[in-house]
Design a protein around this ligand. Structure first.
Ligand code: KG4
Ligand code: ZN
Length: 339
């Protein structure tokens, strides 16, 4: 089954063609990061308008790269939520218009389900069941995953998401947006042990997180110290280490609580090299397996939506477009198990 995937939930327009048998045939991404950088964050109205500009050329590009044509298409998957309402509507309207014109089914996909299942696109793919650590700009969650649509929340952030903490701290340190890659780059030149930051909720006894206090600690440390370039790098290193330590400890606790031995990491922060290194070291030490999406598929992309869409369409889900909605707020546990 050949499925077109469309991701427009935030500031990336992602298009992809996924074939149930042949796998990912092509994917294209346009990032609006440069446009939003001037504002220090995503401007929703600008994001929606830019998705409109990019979506058709990117669609043409994936068909051309995959050497397929519109009549080959058997389904259209799009991000239905969560995300920015106007941005989601661009993808939903385009997807449903296209599906209706071709007389094929369309399906709305939960953005986090796309992330969660994206490691299945890797050469080394995990088997179900597994624990998923979902770390994106908007979410930080630990889930028990039994299969497609069978997700149980184990713990989540009570305030800022991990990616959000990276973005806000980057701003405090005078770095650009998005903050994760910027902090990660700066931290590589930093020395360990020069700043000591708290490990929020490390010993809370549950699987929840809290990251909003960390940026305050960074601010306090930055104010108490005249930061030259090296000190800034040291502080970025300390911040990254604090987040990584908490994410690793809670992931281990989740594996322990569920008695599972597979951990799947996804979402933008999953691209973080220090996090991957720390999880790989823990996996080797404690005897579990860690799985990641291909680095280019960690952040938002159309491939994860095409892939999740193909899995669901193959189960007889999806419908011939009659009307559509988007869900800017949507809890992953509410996603149906389908047929
Ligand atoms: O999954 P994603 O692309 O979008 C959401 O669904 O939110 O995640 C974006 C987040 C941003 O907060 C960004 O700063 C963070 O992922 N991120 C990183 C890295 N690359 C992206 N955080 C830490 N280290 C990275 N290398
Ligand atoms: Zn995302």
């Amino acid at each position: 089954m050949l499925v077109l995937g469309i991701e427009t939930s935030c500031d990336e327009t992602g298009l992809a063609l996924f074939d149930s048998k042949a796998g990912l045939l092509a994917h294209e991404l346009y990032s609006q990061v440069a446009m939003h950088q001037a504002y220090g964050g995503v401007v929703p109205e600008l994001a929606s308008r830019d998705h409109i500009r990019r979506i058709l050329p990117l669609t043409r590009a994936v068909f051309s790269r995959a050497q397929r044509t519109l009549p080959d298409l058997q389904g259209v998957a799009y991000t239905e939520g969560p995300g920015l309402a106007g941005a989601l509507l661009v993808g939903a309207a385009f997807a449903n218009g296209l599906a209706l014109s071709l007389g094929i089914p369309s399906i709305g996909i939960h953005h986090l389900e796309g992330h969660l299942l994206s490691p299945l696109l890797s050469r080394r793919a995990p088997q179900f069941p597994f624990v998923a650590l979902l770390v994106s700009g908007g979410h930080t969650q630990l889930m028990r995953v039994e299969g497609v649509g069978r997700y149980a929340l184990l713990g989540e952030t009570l305030d800022d998401a991990a990616g959000e903490a990276f973005d806000k701290t980057a701003k405090l340190l005078g770095l650009g947006y998005p903050g994760g890659p910027e902090i990660s780059r700066l931290a590589e030149r930093g020395c360990a042990g020069r700043f000591r930051l708290p490990r929020p909720m490390l010993h809370s006894g549950n699987l929840d997180f809290s990251f909003s206090g960390l940026k305050t600690s960074v601010l306090t440390a930055a104010r108490a110290d005249r930061l030259d370039e090296q000190r800034r790098a040291d502080l970025a290193h300390a911040f990254q280490s604090a987040i990584v330590e908490v994410l690793v400890a809670k992931s281990l606790a989740a594996l322990h609580a569920t008695k599972l031995a597979r951990l799947v990491v996804s979402g933008g922060v999953g691209a973080n090299r220090q996090l991957r290194a720390a999880l790989d070291a823990a996996a080797a030490r404690d005897g579990f397996e860690a799985f990641y999406p291909e680095p280019e598929l960690c952040t938002d992309n159309g491939a994860m939506i095409a892939h999740a869409g193909a899995l669901r369409l193959a189960r007889g889900e999806g419908s011939l477009a009659r009307g559509f909605s988007v869900r800017p707020r949507w809890n992953l546990e509410e996603v149906g198990r389908g047929a």
